[in-house]
Design a protein around this ligand. Structure first.
Ligand SMILES: CCCCCCCCCCCCC[C@H](O)CC(=O)SCCNC(=O)CCNC(=O)[C@H](O)C(C)(C)COP(=O)(O)OP(=O)(O)OC[C@H]1O[C@@H](n2cnc3c(N)ncnc32)[C@H](O)[C@@H]1OP(=O)(O)O
Length: 258
């Protein structure tokens, strides 16, 4: 698939995807979402890739779904097309870690896409928001659900009801982002972090991602039991034995991803 709305680049074991519609602040139109889904699934299937980074070109991560593309749509259009779900169902099958490197605007679907990633590194100039209320709609790709779980009801409710943005400092303070990085270093820091993850044992990385995500889907007792069982399961891997032997022998582990 030739890409027109994204750029892709392989940096060692990391797949780097750049949302690239700078004239529209990387607004997420159908073509971009189809291309992004295709690129994620290709990196997911590529054994040489252990982690991915999504970032945006120019002065935004993504300023939301493409309003001009959505404007003419009717209820039956979005319902029959299953707008958003079709893309998201595919993308949510990605089991390798995906880091969002956010500089500039991450609004609406842009914030929702960043929150779908496993964690967010924010440039100092990042601005997050769910301004859909200004358009007579509400967030439609998880914004009311993930934002509330990530930053708490009061802040999420205010942002969704008033379209207020939150800057990088507030986003870090609220737990929306993992940490703030100088904007000029953001992509390289994200690729470096993804490289560290990609060099670890892949079964443990993928199971760790699954286990952390389970925390949002289960009661504490069930989540702890899930974590216990998958912790036990890793003792069936050669990598567990290699990882612990390497520590004892004071050397770097040579993981075999099995
Ligand atoms: C993993 C693979 C699949 C994943 C699928 C899931 C991903 C989610 C995708 C779908 C989500 C749908 C549900 C979602 O909740 C709905 C929305 O996102 S609605 C949109 C929400 N966003 C906004 O309301 C922000 C709109 N933009 C602005 O408010 C301003 O542009 C700004 C960001 C404050 C910046 O202002 P300025 O600096 O003044 O810049 P301009 O306004 O002049 O913009 C420059 C240029 O860009 C165009 N543009 C900006 N935002 C959008 C947009 N969202 N859609 C379309 N075009 C946009 C703007 O029109 C200008 O263009 P020009 O007029 O110069 O041609």
């Amino acid at each position: 698939m030739a890409y027109e709305c994204i750029l892709t680049d392989t940096r060692g074991p990391v797949g780097l995807i750049t949302l690239n519609r700078p004239d529209a602040l990387n607004a997420l139109n159908k073509q971009l979402m189809d291309e992004l889904t295709d690129a994620l699934m290709k990196y997911e299937a590529d054994d040489a890739i252990g982690a991915m980074v999504i970032t945006g070109s120019s002065k935004a991560f993504a300023a939301g779904a493409d309003i001009k593309e959505m404007q003419p749509k009717s209820y039956m259009d979005v319902y029959m097309e299953d707008f958003i779900t079709a893309n998201w169902e595919t993308a949510s099958k990605v089991r390798k870690p995906v880091i969002a490197a956010v500089a500039g605007y991450a609004l609406g679907g842009g914030c929702e896409l960043a929150m779908m990633c496993d964690f967010i590194l924010a440039g100092e100039n990042a601005k997050f928001g769910q301004p859909e209320i200004n358009l007579g709609v509400i967030p439609g790709a998880g914004g009311t659900q993930r934002l509330t779980r990530f930053v708490g009801k009061s802040k999420a409710m205010e942002m969704v009801l008033t379209a207020r943005m939150m800057d990088a400092e507030e986003a870090e303070r609220s737990g929306l982002v993992s940490r703030i990085v100088p904007v000029d270093d953001l992509v390289e820091e994200a690729v470096s972090t993804a490289t560290k993850i990609a060099e670890l044992s892949r079964p443990s990385v993928m199971i760790a991602k699954e286990s952390v995500n389970k925390a949002y889907e289960t009661m504490l007792r069930d989540g702890i039991m899930f974590e216990r069982r998958v912790f036990h399961s890793l003792f069936a891997t050669e990598d567990q034995n290699e990882g612990m032997a390497a520590f004892a022998e004071k050397r770097k582990p040579a993981f075999k991803n099995r």
